[in-house]
Design a protein around this ligand. Structure first.
Ligand code: ARG
Length: 272
């Protein structure tokens, strides 16, 4: 399993990974290119101010979510390594990224990267600690460890990523609704890449709606029975964006949420 996806690395895929500055992607992850004419997050609409208050834009071109007072959850492939890091800025509470009159911009202090990502290319999660706690921002709750009860129906995804395959980043936060795709079905699309125990898929068989480049690390969400937003998935990879029969693949939070929680202190920082 360790080499399952590594073997998919080709020269072109590596070039794409390097060009995007994102670390360690497989062919399907990096084949996030390919000049498609997929419709216009792809197939989404603008998010409203305050609709997803915990949503974060990271300066390296990824999404994330505030899950503890000073901790942003994002993808492992959005960061390089565990350790001190003061080079990332997190923007919170700002729908239009050029609108400097709203929201808060806070620098990183430390990163924890999923320790098994580099060798397996699954469990695509990492934590970014912020220099200070953003004020007045509610946290996004993780789905509980082993809780698959929300793995069905529709999910809400969001980000400032490309609004079509091969397109530029969106200046404004976009959102879209995508339906759950079973492991059995998703395995037909990604027979080499899918790690069904730790990844969850979402999208329409006909395509048209999906996350895309620059959405990585952002949350795939759903309200639980009590109406509370829960982070069910983390934007990870896909073959292109919004292509028919190629759903988006997301890190399956319920399969590693205990590992995430174990890295967060009672004061909302990362445990070194
Ligand atoms: N790997 C991409 C990124 O770094 C995310 C791709 C998601 N692709 C998809 N078809 N859902 O932003």
């Amino acid at each position: 399993m360790e080499h399952r996806r590594r073997a998919l690395f080709g020269g072109a895929a590596l070039l794409v990974a390097l060009a995007t500055g994102l670390a360690g992607q497989s062919a399907a992850q990096a084949a996030d290119v390919g000049g498609g004419a997929a419709p216009n997050v792809v197939g989404g609409t603008n998010a409203a101010a305050g609709e997803f208050p915990w949503m974060v834009r990271l300066s390296q071109g990824c999404g994330g979510a505030l899950i503890a007072s000073r901790v942003v959850l994002t993808a492992a492939h959005c960061v390089t390594r565990t350790g001190t890091n003061t080079s990332i800025t997190a923007t919170i509470g700002r729908i239009r990224l050029t609108d400097t009159s709203t929201g808060q911009v806070i620098r990183s202090t430390y990163i924890f990267r999923s320790p098994t990502y580099a060798s397996t290319l699954t469990r695509d999660w990492s934590l970014i600690e912020l220099a200070s706690a953003p004020t007045g921002v509610p946290l996004l709750s993780l789905v509980g460890q082993g809780d698959t009860s929300l793995n069905n129906g529709d999910f809400t995804v969001m980000g400032w990523g490309a609004t079509r395959e091969g397109g530029g980043q969106s200046p404004t936060l976009r959102k879209a609704t995508v339906p759950f795709v079973s492991d059995a079905s998703c395995q037909q699309s990604y027979p080499q890449d899918l790690a069904p125990a730790t990844e969850i898929c979402a999208g329409f068989a006909q395509g048209g709606v999906d996350t895309c480049q620059g959405d990585s690390g952002g949350p795939m969400t759903k309200r639980d029975a009590s109406g509370t937003w829960r982070e069910i998935g983390i934007v990870s990879y896909g073959n292109g964006c919004a292509r028919p029969n190629f759903p988006g693949v997301y890190g399956e939070v319920q399969s590693f949420s205990a590992d995430i929680r174990a890295r967060i202190s009672s004061t909302g920082t990362i445990i070194r």
